[in-house]
Structure formats: C-alpha cells, structure tokens
Design a protein around this ligand. Structure first.
Ligand code: ADP
Length: 601
C-alpha cells in the first residue's frame, strides 16, 4: 500500500492501534537500514569474492525475513549462472554451486530482463523444476529477486525465499536492491583486485621462466624447460612446443608437458598449414579458440577431448621458428591475459632460441676449425713423407750409378735412369699439387685457355704416372672430340690425378680406361671418363669426396695413404673451365670419374 503525502485528499485517518503498528513497522525498518549499513561496511572491507560470500552467509539473516537466500552469479562468458547458497537451510546444499543456463528459472528471467520481482513460486512466470521446483520442495513459497548490477552491467541476482506466502513487500525489495548494489560494487572491486594480483603473479612467473631460459644453450633442452615451466607455473592442462623445420617446413613436436603427454610421440610431424598450430606457423599470428568446435581450422585428434586451444608463434627476426600451444578440456579456458602472458614468453623463448642457435653455430664452426687444423697437421706429415720417399729412391739410384759407373751393363743403366725419371715425375706432381693448393686458397691459380689436343694431354698425363705391371691401360677418343678449350697443364694435372688414383685404389690391378665422347645432351661439350676395376666407393661418401681433405675412411681404402686433396684440386680446375666433375662407382666393382669440358672445334 502506498500513500500520496502531497495530496491532502488522500490523507488517511488512523486509529491508535494502526498508528502504533505503523510506528513499529517504521522502527523495524530503521533497524534493518542500520543492519544494512553495518553489512555494507563489512562487504566493503572484504578482499575477495569468497570473503564477500562469507560475510553474507554470516550476517544476511539479520537483514531480511525469510529462511533462505542465494546469490546467483553469471559465468565469465555469460552463458550460465552459478548458485551460491547463503542461508543455513540444510537442503539448499542441493542447489549450492550448481550451474544453470542463463535462460533457466526466475533468476535467469531477472538477469535477462534486468528486473526485480516479488513472486509466488506457484505462479512464477519462468518456473524450472530443478530450481524453483527444488525450492518448493524445501518449503519455500515466496521469493524476492533483485539484479546484482552496477549501472547497466548485470553480474547476477540475489534471491530471498520465505516459507510464508506473500511474505515480501516493497520495503524488502528496496533493502534487497540496496544490498545488491553494495554487493555488485564490492564484487567488481575485488574482481579487479584479483585480476591485478593475478597479473602481478603472472609477471613474476614470466620473469622466473625467462631467467631459466637465458641459461639454456641447447635448443632441445631449452624448449623442454620452457614447456614444463609454463605448464607447471600456470597450471595449464596441456602444453606443446612445435619447431618449424627450415627445409621441409614441417612442424616437429619438440617439447611436451601436461595431460596429453603420452599420446603424441616426441618428434611427431605435422604439415605446415594443418590444424590451428599449422595455421599459426604459416601466418605468424596467434589463435585463441575458446570453443574449438566452432573453429574450422581445428583438427580433432581421436584421443583428445580438447575444448579450448590457444596457439602462438615463436619468432626469430620475424620468421616463425616454432609454435607454443596450450589446450584445455574446458570451454572458454583462456582469456586475453593468457594471450598477453604467453606472447611475452614466446618472445623470451624466441630470443633464447636465437642465442642457443648462435652458440651451436659457434660450437660447430669451432669443431670444424679444430678438424681442419688436425687435417692440416696430417697433411704436412703425409706430404713430407711423400716427398721423402721418391727423393731417397732417386738418391739411392743416383749413388749406385756413380759408384758403378764404369761397370754397369747398358740395361741396368737404363733401369736406374728409369727409376730416377719415374720418381722425379712423382715429385713434380706432388710439388705441383701442393703449389696448386696454396694458389687455389689464395684465389691465384692462373689459367691460360687455348685449344688443347685431347690425345696429347692424355699421353702427357700418362708419362707422369707409373702404371704397374698389374694394370692395363687403354684410351679411346671419339673422332669429333679431339679438341677441347682449356689450360693444357691444368687439364693434364686433372687427368694425372684421376689416373694415379685409379692405379692407387685398385691394388689388385685391372683395366684402366680413359674415354672421351660427345655429351649426349650438350652438343658443345665433351665427356671425359677415367674408369678402373678397383675398390669402388661406398654411396655415402660419393657426394663428399670432392671436398677438401675428404677421404673414404672405411674398408680397404683406409690402408692407402693420401691427403684427400687431389679430387678437390680437380674440382676447382674443372669448375674454372666451366665444367662439372662427378663419380659413378660400385663397391668391389670399380669407379668411373667423369668430367665435362667445352668442345674446342
Ligand atoms: P687422396 O687419394 O690423396 O686421399 P683424393 O682427393 O685424390 O685424395 O681422393 C679422395 C678419396 O677418394 C680417396 O681418399 C679415396 O678414398 C677416394 N678415391 C679417389 N679415387 C678413387 C678411385 N679411383 N677408386 C676408389 N676410391 C677413390
């Protein structure tokens, strides 16, 4: 009942009893307003949502008539509300902490309509068996429901229930609305505080993790440390880090921590562009999918019951080198704060990876330098040995000649002289090769390109190489391949190296053939081949043999001494002629070294 005090016509004349009862009512209301202001002070002082709920549970019964009270709060994504029972009513426990869709029951109606109501359960417009039905079972027949809101922002509703029908009147509604406003302000305040505190804690964790990353110098170790620290510190359901392989552009599972760890093997590959992770790797942008079923990029794994996924790129100099991926079985598990925190961590991981890669490169080039140093030392040893052997043979032969000058038969004399010429030839090859190395390295090997007679350059090379009696030598030059363009001396050096290798690496003997034919596909080129029936070369070595100091260190070849420089010199010379050199070989059957040159006619 309301009274218009402004209009004297409406003034009521009250009996003394009625006056006393009105007075009592007003006094009672006054007491309740005082209780409300005490309660408001306590709510104001609360530091968290839990503390606000505790204050309400403790003091609410002093404020309002009725047996039960509930605070229904909207979830973060506003799809449902959660009921918090504030009264000691025993059975209220059955709906305490329960979730209801936002369109369910009277609280849902009040949230959607942003309206306060006093209602009898029996005639409730939005009666729901599992909510109002439950309250009815508890003996509650009337309710007052008010939205918990600041300005236009409704965050839930307060519900008061009474076993008496029509128990609530306007003053109850006003008090409930005042209280709800206090609660809304306090919840908003503590929510912001909690967010700020969470952010502060997260910044602390990010710093801790970043500190750990800067000390890791091995990329694999670094990524495992990162995934574990992120999973543990932020309590994520599952964390994976994929690295992007440079050549294939495949994504490889490099580190994994959390609940799905047993499902995907370390090193698991996924193509670029496939799934959310693949999209992130391809586009270099983060993806936040709080309901993966709505994201067409999501690729479901049989064993996963993921509902939310957040994937972010790890970049080095703007190039995607990896993807950090977190997943959860809950819907809407991640928010903007997660994106922010993980983005910062991806930056840290990126720069730690760059450091680790640099360190790795330095380590490897250091290792290579050490190897080269050793090879150079070996080279000096082998070369000085190779120089000494023919020199002492020459010395011996010459001394014998001097001593027996008068008595030697002509054929013995020829034999000694033959040895001297042969060994001197070896020395000159050796000297020539050694000199070439220094010149090639300094970029000072000079060429004199002319028209070269193929037959004569083969013969020249042959006179410098001693073919043993175990080998037979043949050469065939196609008619139209008699001339090439090149430096005669350098080409002789190439043939000499290849022929002497053919002899050296076929210790059991056999046929050595040099053939020169027209190039099938390139009419202006001719092809040289030097073939033997010797040890052959294992496939895994073939690609490397033309590199400096490269040798076959397996099988019989190990026993044969050498520097690993002859083929490198050949390659450099042929390259300078605009040609190509390669080898075809089969272990135990023999090898054919081939090179191409420009035709000279
Ligand atoms: P070196 O013979 O001094 O070791 P090379 O650069 O001439 O150096 O050859 C490199 C390696 O290639 C040799 O160590 C040998 O293992 C292999 N190789 C070269 N020619 C032959 C061949 N005709 N048959 C089998 N292996 C060969």
């Amino acid at each position: 009942m309301s009274t218009d005090w402004q209009n004297p016509e409406n003034l009521e004349f009250l009996s003394p009893e009625e006056m006393r009862s009105r007075l009592l009512e007003a006094q009672e209301f006054n007491v309740r307003v005082n209780t409300l202001s005490e309660l408001s002070l306590k709510i104001d002082a609360a530091q968290s949502r839990e503390e606000i709920l505790a204050v309400l549970k403790e003091d609410l019964k002093r404020l309002l008539e009725g047996e039960s009270a509930f605070l229904c709060l909207l979830s973060q994504n506003r799809t449902h509300y959660i009921v918090h029972a504030l009264s000691p009513l025993m059975d209220a426990i059955e709906i305490d902490h329960k979730h209801f869709a936002v369109d369910v029951g009277m609280p849902g109606w009040a949230i959607e309509n942003k309206a306060a109501i006093i209602v009898d359960i029996a005639s409730a417009p939005s009666f729901h068996p599992s909510l109002e039905g439950k309250l009815k079972d508890l003996g509650i027949s009337s309710l007052v429901i008010v939205p918990v809101r600041t300005w236009d922002d409704v965050i839930g509703v307060m519900v008061f229930g009474s076993s008496k029908g029509g128990a609530f009147s306007d003053p109850d509604l006003w008090l409930a609305q005042l209280l709800s406003l206090q609660i809304a302000i306090a919840l908003r305040h503590t929510g912001m505080m909690e967010k700020a505190q969470k952010r502060l804690a997260q910044i602390g964790l990010v710093n801790q993790i970043a500190g750990k990353l800067t000390t890791a110098l091995d990329v694999d170790e670094l990524l495992s440390a990162a995934s574990e620290a992120i999973q543990r510190n932020f309590n994520y359901f599952d964390v994976t880090i994929f690295s992007v392989e440079k050549d294939t552009k495949d994504m490889i599972l490099a580190a994994h921590a959390g609940n799905y760890i047993d499902f995907l093997p370390h090193g698991y590959r996924q193509q670029l562009g496939r799934g959310i992770i693949g999209w992130v790797a391809e586009h270099g942008q983060p993806v936040l999918a709080n309901d993966v079923t709505l994201d067409p990029r999501y690729m479901a794994y049989q064993y996963h019951n993921t509902n939310s996924e957040l994937a972010l790129p790890i970049l080095i100099n703007n190039e995607v080198v990896g993807v950090l991926n977190v997943e959860d079985t809950r819907l809407h598990a991640f928010d903007e704060t997660d994106v922010l925190v993980l983005e910062t961590l991806c930056d840290q991981i990126g720069s730690a990876m760059r450091n680790a890669k640099l360190f790795d490169e330095i380590k490897r080039s250091n290792q290579r330098l050490l190897e080269l140093d050793k090879l150079k030392t070996d080279f000096v040893g082998i070369v000085s040995h190779d120089f000494r052997t023919p020199l002492s043979t020459i010395m011996l032969a010459a001394k014998s000649l001097l001593r027996k000058e008068d008595t030697l038969k002509p054929e013995r004399l020829r034999e000694y002289l033959g040895i001297i010429v042969d060994q001197a030839g070896k020395l000159s090859t050796l000297a020539e090769d050694t000199l070439s190395i220094a010149k090639i390295e300094a970029g000072q090997l000079n060429y004199q390109f002319k028209i070269v007679n193929v037959e004569s350059v083969i013969q020249e090379a042959l006179t410098m190489v001693k073919i043993s009696s175990r080998h037979t030598f043949t050469s065939t030059v196609d008619l139209n391949c008699s001339y090439v363009r090149g430096d005669q001396n350098k080409l002789r050096q190439v043939l000499q190296n290849l022929i002497s290798n053919a002899v050296k690496y076929s210790p059991a003997g056999g046929a050595i053939t040099v053939t020169v034919v027209s190039h099938d596909q390139q009419p202006d080129e001719v092809l040289f081949s030097v073939s033997d029936q010797g040890l052959g070369i294992p496939t895994e070595y073939m690609g490397k043999l033309f590199q400096k100091y490269s040798r076959v260190d397996a099988g019989e070849a190990v026993k044969i001494k050498g520097t690993g420089l002859g083929l490198w010199i050949c390659r450099e010379i042929i390259k300078a002629h605009g040609g190509r050199i390669w080898v075809d070989s089969e272990v135990g059957k023999g090898s054919s070294f081939r090179f191409s040159l420009k035709r000279g006619n």
